[in-house]
Design a protein around this ligand. Structure first.
Ligand code: NAP
Length: 279
C-alpha cells in the first residue's frame, strides 16, 4: 500500500519506520526540506517533499502535524487528493478535529496513538513506538466500512492495541490520564524550583531519583504540545483539574488534622486502583 505521512516529527517519523518495515511504500511531506532529507536518510520514508502534491498517490494519509495545524493542513491537503483517499490523523485531541474534518471528507477516521516520548522532531522518531500501546479510533455512524477496515488493519499491524470511542469520550478520558498529568507534573517541577533556600534546592536536585523521574517526566516534555492539549481540550481539562484540586484538598485536610488512619485508607485505595490504569 502507498501510505502518506504529513508532518515528519516524532509520531510521523516513527510511523514511517514501522510502515516501511511492514512493506508499505511511505511518502512523507513536512514543512522543512531539511526534515524531508533527514527522514529519507534515516529510512523513515521512501520519498519526501515539502510539496503536498506528493501525497496524491497515497491510498491512506496520516496527518501527524501539531494539533493546531491538523485542520488547516487537511484543508490544503484535500485539494491534492482523490476522494477515495483514506485520511486519518494522530492528534491528541479528537472532538474539535473530527467535528471539523468529518463533514468535509467521508473517508476520514480520527485516531490517537497513546505513545510518545518527551522529545520531538524527526530525530526523536523511533521504531516500534506503538507496539503494545493503546491506539484509539473515533469513527462515527457515517464512516465507511472500507475506510475503517484499512485504518484498523494498519493500526493492528503496528502492534498497537485498538480501542474505539466517541471523540468527546476520548477527550474526557485523555484529559484525566494524559493532559491532567502534564499540568500536575509541571506544577510539581515549578514547586520544587520555588524553593528559596539555594542549598536545599541544590540538595533536592542532587537527591532526586527514580520517584521524581517518574512524576516529573510528562511535566518536563514538549511545551508546545502541552499548550495545545490545554487549548484544544480546555473544558475537559478544567473539569479534571477541579476534581484533582478537590482530591488534593481532601488529602491536605487529612494531613492538617493528623488523621493518619484515614490518610492510610485513602492511600491504600489508590494503591488498589492504580493497576486498573497501568499494569
Ligand atoms: P513533532 O515531533 O513536533 O512533529 C511535528 C512535525 O510536524 C514537525 O517535525 C514538523 O516538521 C511538522 N510540521 C510542523 N508544521 C508543519 C507544517 N505547516 N506542514 C507540514 N509539517 C509541519 O510532534 P509530535 O509529537 O510528532 O506530534 C504530532 C502530532 O501527534 C500532534 O498532533 C500530537 O497531538 C500527536 N501526538 C503526539 C504524541 C506525543 O507524545 N508527542 C503522542 C500521540 C499523538 P518540520 O521538521 O518539517 O518542521
Amino acid at each position: 500500500m502507498k501510505i502518506g505521512i504529513l508532518g515528519l516529527g516524532l509520531i510521523g517519523g516513527s510511523l514511517g519506520y514501522d510502515l516501511r518495515s511492514l512493506g508499505h511504500h511511505v511518502l512523507g511531506v513536512s514543512r522543512r526540506s531539511s526534515t524531508c532529507a533527514r527522514a529519507i536518510a534515516l529510512g523513515s520514508v521512501d520519498a519526501a517533499s515539502v510539496d503536498m502534491s506528493l501525497l496524491a498517490a497515497a491510498d491512506v494519509v496520516f496527518i501527524c502535524t501539531p494539533i493546531a495545524l491538523i485542520v488547516p493542513q487537511f484543508q490544503q491537503l484535500i485539494t491534492h487528493l482523490p476522494v477515495t483517499t483514506v485520511i486519518t490523523d494522530v492528534g491528541s485531541v479528537k472532538a474539535p478535529i473530527v467535528e471539523a474534518i468529518a463533514p468535509l471528507w467521508s473517508n476520514f477516521i480520527g485516531g490517537h496513538p497513546m505513545a510518545g516520548t518527551t522529545d520531538s522532531g524527526i530525530e526523536a522518531a523511533q521504531r516500534d513506538l506503538f507496539v503494545g500501546k493503546p491506539y484509539v479510533l473515533t469513527p462515527d455512524a457515517t464512516t465507511p466500512k472500507t475506510a475503517m477496515t484499512i485504518v484498523e488493519e494498519i493500526v493492528r499491524s503496528l502492534g498497537a492495541n485498538l480501542y474505539y470511542c466517541q471523540p468527546e469520550q476520548h477527550d474526557r478520558a485523555v484529559s484525566l490520564i494524559s493532559h491532567l498529568p502534564v499540568i500536575v507534573s509541571a506544577a510539581l517541577i515549578a514547586t520544587c524550583m520555588g524553593e528559596t533556600d539555594s542549598q536545599v534546592l541544590q540538595l533536592a536536585q542532587n537527591l532526586a531519583s527514580s520517584g521524581f523521574r517518574d512524576t516529573s517526566r510528562v511535566g518536563g516534555g514538549n511545551p508546545e504540545l502541552g499548550v495545545m492539549m490545554a487549548q484544544y481540550n480546555r473544558q475537559a481539562l478544567l473539569n479534571s483539574l477541579a476534581q484533582y484540586r478537590q482530591n488534593l484538598d481532601e488529602l491536605t485536610n487529612l494531613i492538617v488534622q493528623s488523621d493518619w488512619a484515614d490518610l492510610e485508607l485513602k492511600l491504600q485505595a489508590n494503591g488498589k486502583a492504580r493497576p486498573k490504569f497501568v499494569e
